[in-house]
Design a protein. Structure first.
Length: 106
């Protein structure tokens, strides 16, 4: 990895951390969520930053889903648990978009 990529990754991590610290998450929740998010690919980090900058109220629901996914990894059937969590998360986001009036029916 060259220096430019390392610096960009650091900058993205700093942006994510700053967004999370401005939220209502506790310090421990912020740290745990950040620890997981820092492993996202840069493209996903950038998208995450854009979404949370525009819709900071999504931070807590996304954190709850993050914790549920971590718990699913320890389940007897992690794949089934994970799929259900993702389905629930998508339904929550659709409901949120419906309430915001921004859902496109493509």
């Amino acid at each position: 990895m060259d220096d430019e990529m390392i610096n960009e990754n650091r900058d993205l991590n700093v942006e994510i951390k700053n967004i999370l610290y401005k939220s209502n998450l506790s310090f421990d929740e912020t740290r745990a969520f950040f620890d997981g998010l820092q492993y996202l690919p840069d493209e996903d980090k950038t998208q995450f930053i854009e979404i949370l900058s525009e819709e900071p109220e999504l931070i807590y629901p996304l954190y709850i889903n993050f914790k549920a996914k971590l718990k699913a990894l320890e389940a007897e059937d992690p794949e089934k648990e994970w799929e259900q969590i993702v389905e629930d998360e998508l339904a929550q986001l659709d409901e949120y978009l419906d309430k915001k009036g921004g859902k496109n029916d493509n």
